[in-house]
Design a protein around this ligand. Sequence first.
Ligand code: M7G
Length: 373
Amino acid sequence: MPEQVENSEVKSPTYDISKFRLKRILQNNSVRKSIALLGTFPDLSETDDAIVVFEKNAYQESDVSTSKELPAKPSYFSAELKVDTEFINNIYGSFQVVPSPDLCGVKSTVIYPATDKHVEKYSICQKYLIRETPDLYESTTLPYINLSQFSLEWVYNILEHKKETERIVFEDNDPETGFILLPDLKWDGRNVENLYLLGIVHKHNIKSLRDLNGSHLPLLRNMRQSAKDAISKRYGLNPNQLRMYFHYQPSFYHLHVHINPIRNDAPGIWCEKSHMLDTVISNLELLPDFYQRATLPFVLYEGNKLLDLYEEKITVRSVAAPISDSKELEKVPAVESSIEGFSDDDPGERECKRIKLATPEPKEAEVPAQACA
Ligand code: M7G
């Protein structure tokens, strides 16, 4: 087990990110400019897995300032800029530039020790859409959530003011309608352009959207208004430029709302996962038990045990052969056919397509490539 240190009231493992040893790359997203890595911290344990996620920071407008501000702020346009010319052809020039180290920060997230569920969450996988009826929720999803879910320790640490206290942007401590607003783990906290906040409700036992009913309207309306006011006051953002939404299914089953600016395509805003707070409020105003009666679609990843449980009840990975009145096809028995690339018979092969580590173990003396904006 990792070394533990006393840090206020909660113990957290200590690790040195530079001592991370890579086992394999879980995901390399060239659009988000992020990479998720699986490995270990051999200094602490040879067996406990660690996940390290690097994501290049978005540009801050001050990074490209050319005014001579005092005190001087780091800018791309300074004598420190190293310029490597690729070519200049007529009016077009192509370069690789390396700015000052102050501008080379990479947002890094570490999960240690990481469980199999974390590895699954950060891996590239086949995905399937499940149409979850209320019956399927009760019979399949709910028992699974009750048995297997990520620990909510970090959420309770925030609500009980044991961790991230200094990061709180706003708090309403009413036990029924109150919540804490603070930066999401995904936000570097530097650039308002990609602001990402979480509103975590004080009230326990609201696992997700599914549990919401008309009695929660005062809580939801309060979150909508108070969060907008607080964000406008702290960050100067127009409340009408904010996206507020729930995830379904969430990773953490204690109700929380995600908030980010609509002009930024934050991770996880896809329509198959997000439910706008405004729409949720409106649905509950129209029908207080909307979320107990609705069929809610959600995405399951290959490797998630819930997918196997669903496969026992409904057809997910394979699809029925198309119905045709052609004589030729009538001779063929009605079988379940696999869509190429989306189904494997061998459960072993159903494993996520993970990118295998292609690089040899780095030698001690090797300096890692400089990661820059
Ligand atoms: P979700 O919808 O349950 O899961 O959101 P997903 O979006 O990860 O699929 C949980 C949110 O909580 C995510 O946006 C996480 O980045 C964020 N989060 C997770 N952890 C462990 C922490 C944490 O320790 N502190 C803070 N501030 N945010 C976290």
